[in-house]
Design a protein around this ligand. Sequence first.
Ligand code: HEM
Length: 544
Amino acid sequence: MFKDSQFFSSFSLDSVSQLSTVTLLLFIPAFIFIARQALPRLVFADPRRLVYPPGPKGVPFLGNAHQMAPSRRWYQFADWASRYGSVVGIRIMRQTVIILNKYEVAVDLLTKKGAIYSSRPKQTLGSLYGGWDFATSQLPYGDELVSQRRFAYRFLNAPEVTGYHAFLAESARIAVARILRTPENFKQWVHMSTGRNIMMMAYGHEVSGEEDEWIKRADSAVQTRFVLGTPGAHPIDVFPILGKLPFWIWGKEFKKNIEAMRSSAYGISQAPYEAVRKQMREGTAVHSMVSKLVEDNIKDDGTVRYEKEIYGIAGTIYFAGTDTSNATIEAFIVAMITHPDIQKKAQSELDELLRGQRLPVLDDRDSLPYVQAVFKETLRWKPVVPLGLPHFLTENDEYKGMLLPARSIIIGNTWNMMHDEEIYPLPLSFDPTRFLLYKKNKPVFNPDILDPEEIAFGFGRRICPGRHFAVSSIWITMATLLTAFEMSPPLDSDGKPVLPDLEFGDGLASRPKPFRCVFRPRSDNIPTLLSDYPPASMARPLVR
Ligand code: HEM
């Protein structure tokens, strides 16, 4: 065996000329393969002298795989950004990965060149074998994705979401009323509330409570989705050819887990869709995204055009929308209990407007700039999707003298963009005033500071289609919590506050680690204001 250096020093053009044609035919491809692994930045630079994006030096074959941090990679990527710049290139075996660390770069590439930056890396295991090929977030760019996004847009665009405001406010009040009664279950009540919003919009299903079968089925499907680890990380995802091997190779649980994934895929997509179709036949369906799309696409023979796209987008919005929204609301509670002065300021702004006589509504947003700023700072401080979702580049591209090769995975480093010191000084501090100017002592929005909503929901043709829905539902939950409760840390046996860990968890959606919070009603009037919730007959979103 040659060591790398011996191999290259023993190789010369003279020796090539002495080789037989057959040897050459075998030798040249082998050389190209090894050289590609070892020297991609030097040997394969574009003739116009474009270079690959800079990044940490890798090793042959593995590339940078062995250097990848086991968790919370956004910190590692931020460190690389400080060393190598706004575009960093790494290689995981044969796969090029390009990390975009600045907002302007993400806009230049993912948004402005959306035609070639909008696909997704393949997830062979989940999509092909596990049955999750319906999921919008995994689809490559193409007709199926475009139809799903068109359907999502129809029900989730900004004016449409305004029509849901009354329902979203009602869900927030139900959650807060439940927290008043059993505060220790606050996370569950928040989850029931975000789950209720999506179930009603997507399927016209009213969530009955903790034991709601639709929520249980969807939550267990989401959990089962991860039974074989982080999507994209399994060897079959890295080398799809391995999927052709018999499943027993991966251990005796593997086949069972794949089957569980398949049945969970059905449980979160086709099962609720079939239930709505049955209700439609029986005349009991409540207007929803699914019922409307079926009505529009049903053919004379009873079959439905775009059936997979319809159950695909409806199933996706549950798992894409609930965890992310819950994690943001939990991050907000953590921010409030660790920053009591900011909490008080937000409450006094609410008190001045509401005078203790009513609960907030979404139309109050413009009159509450400080509360708005708390919301935006929550999105920025602890972005719940810290590395966004990976995009996939479909053609070679060049950017500022760099060659970005086709088939690269492109990561928008949300965490780094949200902690960019040039835009957000002292980025680790939770400081809503960074978004405000004070005119005659009154806060107004500073239009010169980049709105974190422009980053948190991704970019270009893959931007989160649920962002208007998410912003409204999270904002009203935050404002209602602030109106109703003083939120504080519990005390330990020595009377010291037990503060939450500010290091959040790992995963596609990063959320606070388990923590406790004391919810103290802010006035005697709060139980009265919440006494009608949950109401005897619930409101419906106005899905048209
Ligand atoms: C705080 C809450 C949320 C955050 C931070 C968030 C963030 C994101 C991000 C970063 C992406 C990937 C964008 C990209 O690839 O550039 C995404 C995709 C998506 N989100 Fe959200 N999201 C949230 C809530 C929601 C809600 C409430 C819904 C539905 C009602 C939703 C539905 C989706 C869907 C369907 C996709 C896949 C889009 C695609 O692949 O084309 N999200 N979201």
